[in-house]
Design a protein around this ligand. Sequence first.
Ligand SMILES: [Ca+2]
Ligand SMILES: [Ca+2]
Ligand SMILES: [Ca+2]
Length: 168
Amino acid sequence: MKTHLLVVFFASLAASTASAQLFENLQKFANRIAVGDPLSESETGREGPKSICLEDLDADGKLDFAVSNLDGSVSVAFGSGGLAFSEPRHFPTGAVTLRELICADFNGDELPDIVTAAPIEGKIHFLWNEGGQQFRLGTPLDAWEITRNVASGDFNGDGHLDLAVAGR
Ligand SMILES: [Ca+2]
Ligand SMILES: [Ca+2]
Ligand SMILES: [Ca+2]
């Protein structure tokens, strides 16, 4: 079964008309975008999104999104303005499955990278943003099993992003 993301914009909602506008938006924004690597569907039958980040990944001034999938892939769709997005591109990580992902510039080249947690292998995977809508799978970091959550921040104040990981 395909899993989709539904993009709904809430910015225009007013309290008194929230229900009606939400319904209208659900109709209007039924631009559901299939995610998950279709090549892995028959193999695992577990495609589906687990986590999403919003970021201008290709530096064109339009918001894009990346989704980590149950099938171990990361899907990236590039915004083309308004409600339109490109067909998602799928980047396998080699992980059996993924949980949380975040988008942030971890190598300081001003291009947001994608970091995601692989709970079964206990690894953190990096998709380095090479520009031009290209990502390169990096060497994973060893964490521990059931690593599900990741967060970023500059913990030691040296100007470089650090990574926090939560697992069992
Ligand atoms: Ca963009
Ligand atoms: Ca980067
Ligand atoms: Ca730091």
